[in-house]
Design a protein around this ligand. Structure first.
Ligand code: 8IG
Length: 273
């Protein structure tokens, strides 16, 4: 089945506009200020950041669908923050490895932009390359290396990616938790985890975090003019850095164990954005 965004004649920005209108219609909130994509381990933040105005199943919004992965939520929420701002919480991420195409991967980000969002918070669960990061550590993304061999941009659209993960927003996060470390996120296609040799490659290229999301979304967010904060929950050390094999169950368990703490951290950061 062809994903609706890939049908002939579809403009992905018009489609995002339709999705944003539907969100406004259902939630009654005309404009959102901040959006958060909550990856594995981060979903509790949706309850902590403010008062939920509306929770919408993903399949009611054009271009969105229920998640492929156990441990992802499958809804969009409109949340009113204590400071009166409105956050759009995206609990339905489409991964590149699902093979719906890159338009589907960045649709939520483009929808957020059309909903009025100026600050995009992208979170994920990921593997760590720095051995001092224990499972359950939250880290800031300082930059990325995109190893998907793809881009969400179409045509000769030469978008600058300097300071993609805003140093201003990272400084705000460090005000909340001065111990927050940061690193370069390397997006692999997945869905298999890396071989130990690929993890060594990522390390030698200057990477510190390995994952299967976020980089393509960040590029689209920059294209749409949003300021980006990226955070990873290190649920496991990357293959070969940890001596035991990786398992999705273990990753979910590490996420659950860290969820309360990192969600509280994210809620405090969001309050200051
Ligand atoms: I959670 O070790 C999680 N997601 N690519 N590698 C990649 N993605 C991940 C990993 C990991 N852990």
């Amino acid at each position: 089945m062809v994903h609706p965004l890939n049908e002939e004649g579809v403009d992905p920005f018009d489609f995002a506009e339709k999705a944003a209108q539907k969100i406004a219609e259902i939630s009654g909130i005309e404009k959102h200020d901040i959006a958060l994509t909550l990856g594995s381990g981060w979903s509790k933040a949706a309850d902590l950041i403010g008062e939920t105005v509306s929770e919408i199943p993903a399949d009611q919004i054009p271009g969105f669908h229920k998640p492929a992965v156990v441990g992802h939520v499958g809804t969009l929420r409109s949340v009113r923050l204590p400071n009166g701002k409105h956050a759009l919480v995206i609990g339905a991420r489409t991964h590149f490895y699902e093979n719906h195409g890159v338009r589907a991967v960045v649709h939520s980000v483009r929808t957020a932009a059309k909903a009025g969002v100026k600050t995009m918070v992208l979170t994920n669960g990921a593997g760590g390359i720095k051995p001092e990061w224990e499972g359950g550590t939250a880290v800031l993304i300082s930059d990325h290396i995109n190893l998907t061999a793809s881009s969400p941009l179409e045509g000769a659209n030469f978008v600058d990616l300097t300071d993609l993960y805003s140093s201003r927003l990272r400084a705000i996060a460090k005000e909340v938790d001065p111990a927050l470390d940061e690193g370069v996120y390397v997006q692999f296609r997945g869905p298999h985890y890396e071989t130990p040799a690929e993890v060594q490659m990522a390390k030698h290229l200057g990477g510190h975090i390995v994952g299967m999301s976020t980089a393509l979304e960040a590029i689209a967010a920059r294209e749409s003019g949003m300021e980006i904060l990226g955070m990873s929950l290190i649920t496991n050390l990357a293959a070969g850095i940890q001596s035991t094999p990786l398992s999705h169950e273990e990753v979910i368990a590490a996420g659950k164990a860290a969820e309360a703490k990192i969600s509280q951290l994210l809620a405090e950061i969001v309050q200051r954005l």
